[in-house]
Design a protein around this ligand. Sequence first.
Ligand code: G1P
Length: 307
Amino acid sequence: MGPHITKAVIPAAGLGTRFLPATKAIPKEMLPVVDKPAIQYVVEEAVNAGLEDILMIVGRNKNALANHFDRVTELERNLEVKEDTARLERVNYPTDLADIHFVRQGDPKGLGHAVLRARRHIGDQPFAVLLGDDLIDARDPLLATMIAEQERRNATVIALMEVDPDQIHLYGAAAVERTDNPDVVKVVGLVEKPDRADAPSNLAIIGRYVLRPEVFEILEKTEPGKGNEIQLTDALQTLAADDSIAGGVYGVIFRGRRYDTGDRLDYIKAIIQLAVDRDDLGPDLRRWVKQFASGLSDHIEGPGTGH
Ligand code: G1P
């Protein structure tokens, strides 16, 4: 058994260029998904898995993120005077969720570099990393399974999901071997964003990782890779290639609902998918979507590109 995990790292220093100009003055993690900023779903997911010490790796627009998880006394007073307790609860909820810490990434040199910025806060313990572009439906818990697997094997654990082979170039791809558990594989190789022809499989890394602290040492020595960035995938490949460093890498296969908010089309889909299931908005939205879609049926012009 490995030590118990209590800390989560959320890299949130991306420039959000795909959403410009919406992300000119606010981080993309603050874009609303229905009525909550994307980052709040991710923090809630960490807390639901028992991780209440959260470190966000932030860029120059950090203020909006810090403010979202802080008190806003003026707004609270205003809602108190109006006795609007429902809204008051929604305003206060993110404040009480977790202990949230911030560190700046400075010069953004890739995901591996962002994770390395967590070294001092994490120390010598295993920890989780959650990427804000991937939202995992709270009804399909993934992180708790990964943490249990990490604690059992004392290894590195990543989340993998089958994707269409046409989409694998957007992800880290894994070469895997079976274990005695059909939902867990041994990862024997990893490649960041391979061309379809070079991909070892159509198992894509999705943005949840449970890492051992040895990863920091490896990241220190990892040279820039794809896109001239220091890639977390490359550091994990080093760990997958040699079990003696930190017990190897295992993948938990996720078969649940995942929403991608990193790209404009998928972001719109995520909002609709989440809103149709809500009690307050779902019934009206479902009715409207059906009506709207029936009016569209004559306009479909062949397959979209997805990204
Ligand atoms: C990152 C990782 C990639 C992973 C993806 C999951 O890429 O580098 O390996 O598959 O997240 O969302 P990004 O999407 O940040 O470019």
